[in-house]
Write a protein that binds this ligand. Sequence first.
Ligand code: NOJ
Length: 533
Amino acid sequence: MVGMNLNDQMQGSGSEWWRHAVTYQIYVRSFADADGDGIGDLRGITSRLEHVRDLGVDAIWLNPFYTSPQHDHGYDVADYCDIDPLFGTLADADAMVERAHDLGLKVIVDLVPNHTSNEHEWFRAALAAGPGSPERDRYVFRDSTDGPPNNWKSVFGGPAWTQVSDGQWYLHLFDSTQPDLNWRNPEVGEMFVDVLRFWLDRGVDGFRVDVAHGLFKEESLRDQVFATSEEPVSGASAGESMVERTAVDEPMWDQPEVHDVYRRWHEVLAKYDGDRMMVAEAWTQSAESMARYIRPDEFSQAFNFAWLLAPWSAEAFAKVITGTFEAVGHVGGSPTWVLSNHDVDRHPSRYGGGAVGLARAKAATLTMLALPGSAYVYQGEELGLEQVEVEPEFRQDPSWFRTGKPGRDGCRVPLPWSGATPPFGFGPGQGQPWIPQPAEWAELTVEAQAADPGSTLAFYRAALAARREFSETAGEEIELVDAGEQVLSFRRGPVTVLVNCGTEPVPLPDGDVLMASGPVEGALPPDTAVWIG
Ligand code: NOJ
C-alpha cells in the first residue's frame, strides 16, 4: 500500500478553485455554429453553454479565437487582442464570458506566446525592414549560406527554418506560418503583459499557455545532438510526434530563462481579484522539470500528459499516478488529469475502439475523476465520440501537409447536437460543417443521449455529480491498494476505486457501488471501473 498525501504540501487557501475544478475544453471551430458557415463560433458557444453547465463542470477552456489566417486553427495569431471574423467579434466574446459566468462557469482562454502568425504586423514589418533591423530582432532570423542555420526540425515535420527572399532564415518550431518570437528582446515580454491585461480586464479567469516550455532557445542555437541515427522527435507538442517523443537533447525547449517570464505573469495575475489562474502546456523531459513550472510563484498548474500517453494497463496507470504525485508534491502543486484533447486520438479509439474502447474509456474517465486534483474533459468525450478517419480533401492540420500523416483533424470533427442526419444541429439549416460528420453519429447526438439513461452522456453527468459530492469530503490523500497485477486500486477517504484492466472478472470489496463505468453484478468485469463506499 503506498500513501500519497497532498494536504501537507498544498499551499494557499481553499479559494483556489482551479485545484479541484473540472474544465471542459471547447474547440471553437467544432463546438457550435451560429452563423451557418459550417465553422463553430462564439455565438454558437454562448447558445450551447447550458449543455456544459448541465454536464456539471466548473470551467471552460477555449482554443484560440483570435484574428488568424487559420493555418494551425488559430495557433497562428495575427492579432492577440481581437477576434477572428470567422468566430465573431469582441462583443460576442464579452457576451460569451458573461453568459458563462451567469451559469457559474469560469472561462480560460488560450495564449500563444512562442510564435505569432506570419501575418502578424510584427512579422510583416520584420520582412519589410530587412536584415539587422530592430523589427527582425523580434523573431529569430539568422544568416546562413549553406542551408538552414542548424539541424532543428519542426514539430510538424521538415526543417524548422524557412529562407526569405533576401537570404536570411527564420526559425519556426511549428509551421512556416508560425515564426518563433525572440524572447531575448524585451519588447516581446512587454507585448504579452499587455495581452494578458487586455483579457483579464475583459473578465477571463485564466489562461492556458501554449508551448510554455518554448519561448527561449539556447542562445548559441547549436545543433541538436541525437542519441541514435533515427529521425529526431523532440519537445513535441502536437499530433503524432507527441506520442513518439524520445529526444535526449533539447536546446530549443525548457530553457531556464523561461521561468522569469512566468514569475512576471504570476505577478500580473495576482493584481486582479478572483483567483485568476494559468495552466501550462509544457512537454518537458522529466517530472522534475515539469514541477519547476508550477512552483508557487509561477503557473497555477500544468497539464499532466502522462496518462494520455499510457497504454491500457493497471501497471502503467499506477506509475502515472505515483509519478504525478511525486512531481507535484514537493512544489506544493496540485495534479491535473487529462485523457483527450485536440492534439491526440480520442481515448476510446486509443483503447481499441468499438465497444471495448468505449468501455475502457469510461473506466479510465471514472478513475481519473476519483483522483485529487483537477481534470480536463475534451468536448465530445461526454458523447463517447471516436477518432474519425477524415478524407484527405478535408484535412487541415499543418502536420498533414508537412508529413503526409493523417494528423489531428480526426479528433476535431464538429459535435453532433440533434437530429438524424448531418450536420446534426451543429449549425442552422442543412449546411455541412468544415469536416463531414459520420452518419453513425445520429445515435450519439446530445439530444439522443440526453433521453437515454444508459448513454455515455448520462454516465458523464452522473460521474461528475458523484465526484462533486465525494470530493467535498474525500480529502487529498490516496493510498494505492494491491489488487493484483491486472487491477489498479486506490483508496481515497471512504471510497475505494478499482479498474479492471485484465481479461477476467475480479471480486469486489465489501461496500456499496457508488458509481460504475459499466454493468457490475457481484464481480468487477474486465474494462470496468467502480467506486465502492
Ligand atoms: C500546442 C497546441 O495544442 C497545438 O494544437 C498547436 O498546433 C501547437 N501547440 C502550436 O501552437
